[in-house]
Design a protein around this ligand. Structure first.
Ligand SMILES: *Cc1c(COP(=O)(O)O)cnc(C)c1O
Length: 354
């Protein structure tokens, strides 16, 4: 007798960071932005008529695609939008990674990549970062079915230079190379300037971190029109209406307020520098942070212990019990006030333990 259970697709799902809802907690565990979305977003939201919800949204996501194309100086047919960059990346895995060869990504990286590879039955090989958690471009020279990595990398916060991306592209002209730029706005140089030069480069971005809109679920990809058309063909084969009326209107609106956006980025970068200085003073070590988080380790105190003690204080950071990184904490940059509370507690704890 055949059991229906034999025919279930078995996957080990991605585990998102906790979303506790506690009064007064300090949430530094999922790299959200501590500042609210632009005031223009609130205004636009208040102006929206509830009747908007009666109709299907524009399946082409026209206003959002046009706004993004204008903002980044590309053509409309070079922009694809999705329900957060997780949706964009999942579509990209399905669309571009269909060869018999394995795709390549770093051993320490966004932990959703192996999950998508498994759910879409895409073979993959991980390439070990060097001892300083840097990408070795030579590792990506071999025959493969595609390449993906975040820049800056997560959870290390390390930014690789454009030269390295160019090097990887030069050695991979026959496969799609995806650069996941979830954190590029926090001081990095984007690979966007290479999309007109390399027709196999797809740059993926999100509204969830730098644009303070993780709850809206907007992500996008920029690349050659043929890549974008292929993504849209797959999207329309699943669901024509991925982008709801709010995502379209508010996603386009926020791009107009560049002043507020730049102000928020500067604030976070300043708070990051202060936090880095304080963590160093307390004995922590970490790679130079180029995202809105610091990946820190303490030579004398296990990360798992610090994670647990912080949690008791309702200070949530992220801990990954994984090979090579199980003595690190990924600490999101919050407000100055939040970071001061974190440092104050760590200082007291570390001194009390001596
Ligand atoms: C947060 C994150 C994403 C996904 O963000 P969305 O909220 O789905 O847009 C993708 N890649 C990396 C590396 C991330 O850290």
């Amino acid at each position: 007798m055949k059991n229906w259970r034999d025919n279930i697709r078995k996957v080990v799902p991605y585990t998102p960071g906790e979303q506790p809802k506690k009064e007064g907690m300090i949430k530094l565990n999922t790299n959200e932005n501590p500042y609210p979305p632009s005031p223009s977003v609130r205004k636009r939201l208040e102006e929206m008529s509830v009747d908007t919800l009666r109709l299907y949204p524009d399946p082409t996501a026209g206003v959002l695609v046009r706004a993004l194309a204008d903002h980044y100086g590309v053509q409309d047919d070079q922009v694809f939008v999705g329900v957060g960059s997780d949706d964009v990346l999942a579509m990209a895995f399905m669309t571009f990674f269909n060869s018999d060869r394995p795709i390549f990504f770093p051993d320490i990286t966004y932990s959703f990549y192996p999950v998508w590879a498994d759910v879409f039955r895409i073979g993959y090989e991980t390439k070990a970062l060097d001892k300083d958690f840097r990408i070795r471009p030579e590792d990506y020279y071999g025959e493969n079915g595609g390449v993906i990595f975040p820049n800056p990398n997560a959870p290390t916060s390390i930014l690789e230079p454009l030269d390295l991306i160019r090097d990887i592209l030069e050695h991979n002209r026959d496969v799609v190379v995806i650069v996941d730029e979830a954190y590029i706005d926090f001081g990095g140089v984007s690979a966007l300037e290479l999309v007109n030069e390399y027709d196999n480069l797809l740059v993926v971005r999100t509204y969830s971190k730098s644009r303070s809109m993780a709850g809206l679920r907007v992500g996008f990809a920029i690349g050659h029109p043929d890549l974008i058309k292929a993504l849209n063909d797959v999207k329309y084969s699943f669901n024509s209406y991925t982008m709801d009326a709010f995502s379209l209107a508010l996603g386009a609106e926020t791009l107009k307020d560049t002043g507020y956006f730049e102000e928020c980025m500067e604030k976070i970068i300043r708070t990051r520098a202060w936090t880095a200085k304080e963590l160093t003073r307390l004995g922590f070590v970490f790679p130079e942070p180029m995202a809105n988080f610091i990946f820190a380790s303490h030579p004398d105190i296990p990360a798992e212990e610090l994670f647990a003690r912080l949690r008791e204080q309702d200070i949530y950071v992220r801990y990954f019990p994984l090979p090579r990184i199980d003595n690190y904490l990924r600490i999101t940059i919050g407000t100055d006030e939040q970071m001061k509370t974190l440092i104050r507690f760590l200082e007291k704890y570390i001194n009390g333990r001596k």
